[in-house]
Design a protein around this ligand. Structure first.
Ligand SMILES: [Zn+2]
Length: 439
């Protein structure tokens, strides 16, 4: 029976999680530990405070180092989990499992911590006069972590950059002091935080609840038109689609890494896709945003900051749903009709539902998740997507136009679908077609 196999797989994944959970959930804590003010205090999605001085260089470096090391371990763990999702025999069970709900919870925590880190990295910009130094620090955090930062930054560069005298001896001794702590496993013990485990559990519970809204109804109920509203028909998932009809959707952009390449692949294939843009990305990359619009793609809303909406207050919620809709209209001159909740999370939260309905937005899930954020390999992302496409036969495919390997993965998926003579529709077009057969 299914469950027997699942429990073995779950056991395996469970043990991976148990081994790594504290590392994974510690990321926000790592940020918090060295922070002197509110932004990192919790897994908070609120925008960072405008200006904040660096308390000290050692604070900064410890923070950067913990983040970098935690990233490395998180990535390693995600790759292990990915093996399970990749296997067609265990995929569905894995996706529906408790473990996957927890993975999603961990992902949300991790991403909001990364967003906080980015904000943190932008903050020092205001106090570091040298652009070069700032670039250097950022590049090192991204690529090497603390060891790189420690090893390569000299007290003089830092001194100049920060405009503060730094005692070279002090810096050298700090380097010496920190290096063994980072290279050993000791710091991990400090990162164990049971309350963060509670957070994972809570997010996982919400995730599972949201999953129930996505299932195809089993009974022969007469289906109503898909339109903005607080009930189930305010959502599209993918199972409603006509046979062999697919919508490609690209989330989280527009970005400088892959939006251009995604667009040229789509144009080459003559396909119109739906782009769920994040407003703060849109504001950062307005030329790319225009390119998406000018290519005739469908523009849709994916919130202002990509916050996990059930966890934000009413004021921010309005900004994430209402203001972002207005901002897309202002920038693109097109009022979006579709919204996708970050992480698909919060679809049963009444305040979120009524805000979406109030803005005339239909909420869009997906039934094929490429998980292109999980691994850095186009071929394996495409293989996983094609496996799900074979199972589902129609629907909505989720990509993210912010990862370097996504354009090629999308190209491979398109190539596969073209062989099946698939019809490609934007989500908006698909809804119109579905509604034509409903009352
Ligand atoms: Zn997203």
């Amino acid at each position: 029976m299914k469950l027997n196999r699942l429990s073995r797989e779950e056991y395996r994944v469970g043990s991976i999680i148990r081994k790594n959970i504290f590392t994974l959930i510690s990321l926000p804590w790592a940020l918090q530990a060295c922070s002197t003010s509110a932004p990192f205090a919790t897994v908070s999605n609120s925008p960072p405070q405008a200006s904040r001085a660096i308390a000290s260089i050692s604070d900064l470096d410890q923070t950067l180092g913990q983040i970098a090391d935690t990233h490395v371990l998180a990535a390693r763990y995600l790759r292990e989990f990915d093996e399970l999702i990749k296997n067609p025999a265990t995929r569905q069970e894995a996706l529906e499992s408790e473990v996957y709900a927890r993975l999603m919870a961990i992902r949300m925590i991790r991403e909001s911590a990364v967003a906080n880190l980015e904000a943190f990295n932008q903050d020092p910009v205001k106090v570091i006069p040298s652009d070069k130094l700032q670039e250097r620090i950022q590049a090192r955090v991204e690529t090497r972590g603390l060891r790189g930062t420690l090893g390569r930054l000299t007290s003089r560069t830092l001194s100049e950059g920060l405009g503060t005298p730094i005692n070279p001896t002090e810096w050298t001794s700090l380097q010496k002091q920190l290096t063994p702590a980072i290279t050993s496993q000791n710091w991990r013990a400090q990162l164990e935080r049971p309350e963060l485990l509670d957070q994972v559990n809570e997010l996982a519970r919400a995730w599972r609840e949201d999953q129930s809204s996505r299932r195809e109804p089993q009974s022969e109920v007469k289906l109503k038109k898909i339109e903005p509203g607080t009930g189930r028909t305010g959502n599209v998932v993918g199972w409603e689609y006509p046979e062999n009809t697919w919508s490609l959707t690209f989330d989280d952009g527009p970005g400088t890494t892959s939006t251009d390449a995604v667009l040229s692949n789509l144009s080459a294939a003559g396909i119109k896709a739906t782009f769920f843009q994040v407003t703060n990305m849109l504001l950062k990359n307005t030329d790319r945003a225009s390119a998406v619009r000018e290519a005739g793609m469908e523009l849709a809303n994916h919130s202002w900051t990509h916050a996990n909406l059930p966890r934000v207050g009413q004021t921010q919620l309005q900004r994430e749903i209402r203001d972002s809709t207005a901002e897309i209209l202002r920038i693109h001159g097109v009022r979006p009709k579709l919204f996708r909740l970050p992480y698909g999370s919060g679809v049963n939260t009444p305040t979120i539902r009524s805000l979406m309905a109030g803005e005339n937005l239909v909420h869009v899930f997906w039934n094929v998740d490429t998980l292109d954020w999980q691994d850095k390999n186009s071929a394996s992302v495409a293989r996983r997507a094609i496996g799900q496409i074979t199972d589902q036969k129609k629907g909505v495919i989720l990509f993210h136009d912010v990862h370097a390997h996504t354009p090629e993965a999308a190209r491979l998926v398109i190539e596969h679908l073209k062989k099946l003579n698939t019809r490609f529709l934007t989500v908006g077009q698909a809804i119109e077609e579905i509604n034509a057969h409903r009352e």
